[in-house]
Design a protein around this ligand. Structure first.
Ligand code: SF4
Length: 81
């Protein structure tokens, strides 16, 4: 399974990064981006973002990612193939 964030909908509250910091990170623009290890999926980091910046959910973190998606006030965390 993969996870991505639609930054157009992100409120920047940081809840996802609190719940699963290994997967979500806030950038200097105040929005959340997913990470694949040290690779942050943000255009400002030289990588695709949004739907194009999908990353595999690390082993054992599925529940935390789903919790973050469920709590996300912007409803902008997506999980799929
Ligand atoms: S929880 Fe949702 S709205 Fe809040 S920072 Fe994360 S992706 Fe953005």
């Amino acid at each position: 399974m993969k996870v991505w964030v639609d930054q157009d909908l992100c409120t920047g509250d940081g809840l996802c990064a609190e719940i699963a910091p290994a997967v979500f990170t806030l950038m200097s623009d105040g929005l959340s981006y997913v990470r694949d290890g040290g690779r942050v999926m943000a255009k400002t980091a030289g990588n695709p973002e949004g739907y194009e910046g999908r990353v595999p959910i690390p082993a054992g973190l599925d529940d935390l990612v789903l919790e973050a998606a469920g709590e996300c006030p912007g409803e902008c965390i997506f999980v799929g193939e």
